[in-house]
Design a protein around this ligand. Sequence first.
Ligand code: NAD
Length: 366
Amino acid sequence: MIEVKDVKEARNATGFVFGNPSFSDHEQIIFCHDKGTGLKAIIAIHNTTLGPALGGTRMWNYKTEAEALNDVLRLSRGMTYKAAISGLKLGGGKAVIFGDSKLDKTPEMFVKFGEFIESLNGKYITAEDVGTSTSDMVNVAKSTKHVTGLPESMGGGGDPSPVTAYGVFMGMKASAKQKWGIDNLKGKKIALQGVGHVGENLLRLVSEEGAKVYVTDINQEQLKSIASKYNAEIVSLDGIYDVDADIYAPCALGATLNTENIARLKCQVISGAANNQLADEYVHGPMLEQKGILYAPDFLINAGGLINVYSELHGYDRKVAIQHTEAIYDTTLEVFKKSDCGENFYYRSGEENCGRADFIEKVSGE
Ligand code: NAD
C-alpha cells in the first residue's frame, strides 16, 4: 500500500497524481493491490474537515490507470460538496476497483478490500456505487466495520438508490418550479439516460406524476423490459441528446455532457442523478447558461443516497432519511435564488461551514 500525504506541499508538482487536473487538494490517496485476489483499487480521500470521508466504491473496467485516477478524484471531491451542502458531518471520499463487475468480482476480493479500508481506522467509510451492490458490502463488512449500504437484516438501509431517485425527483420538481412556476411534472417531456438502479426508480416517480418519458441505455435487454413496464419510449444512445424534451435527466455515468451534445440539447432543464455530469464544469457551465438551460447541481440533488447511508451510522431510520432527502427541494430553490442574484458558489473548507446555507456563499474576486 502506497500512501500519498501532505499534498499541499506538493501543490506545484507536476505528474500523474499531484499534477492531475482533477487533483483538487486531496488529503490522501491510497493505491491498493492484492495479488491473491487480483484486487487493484484506489481510495481517494478529498477532505475530512467535517468528518470521516464517506463515499461508495465503484467497480469499472477502466481502460487506463489515468482514467481510474481521474474518476476517483472527481468523484471524491463531489462527495465533499455533497455532504457539506446536505448538512452532514461527513467528509468526501470515494474508491474505485479495476475490473468488469460482471466477470471479475469475487467475495474474496471484497473481503481483502475491506482490510485496506480497516487499515485507515475510520478515516474512510465505504458504500456501494456503480458496479457494486449490497451483497458486496456484506463481504466488505467481514473485514471492516467502516462500511454502509448494508442490508436491513444487518442494521443497514439496503440499496440507497430509491432514496437517491427520490432526491433527484425533488430537485427536478424544484427546477420545474424555478423554470415554469409550477412543480408538477404532468405532461412534461423527460429524456432519461440510463435506467439502472436510480434511473428506473426516477422513471417510476415521474411516470406516476404523468410525465412523458424517453429512455435509453447501453443494456438493451434491461432497457426494453423497463420501458415497457412504465410505458416509456425508447430512443437510441446518441439520439437522447436530440429529443425535443423539457427536461434532460442524465442517470448513467459522469462527464456525458460535452460541447458537441450540449449544442444539440433542446431541453430547458437538466436534472439527473449522475455524478459530475459536465465534462468540464468551467467550459460547460457557462455554455448551459448561454443556452438558457437551468442546471440543478448533481452533487446537491443526488445526495439522497448519501443521506440514507449516513443515517446507518446513527441507527438507521428510513423515515428520517426520507425527510432529510425531501429538503433537497428547498435547497435547490435556494441555490437557484442565489444564482439568479449573480452569486458564485464556491466550497470553502472549514469547521464553521457545516450548515447548508454556509456552504453556499459568495466569494468575490477568487
Ligand atoms: P447503475 O449502474 O445501476 O445504472 C447506470 C445505468 O446506466 C446502467 O443501466 C448502464 O447500462 C447505463 N449506462 C452506462 N453508460 C451509458 C451510456 N453511455 N448511455 C446510456 N446508458 C448508459 O448505476 P446507478 O446506481 O443507477 O447510478 C447512476 C448514476 O447516479 C451514477 O453516475 C452514480 O454515480 C450516480 N449516483 C448513484 C447513487 C445511488 O444511490 N445509486 C447516488 C448518487 C449518485
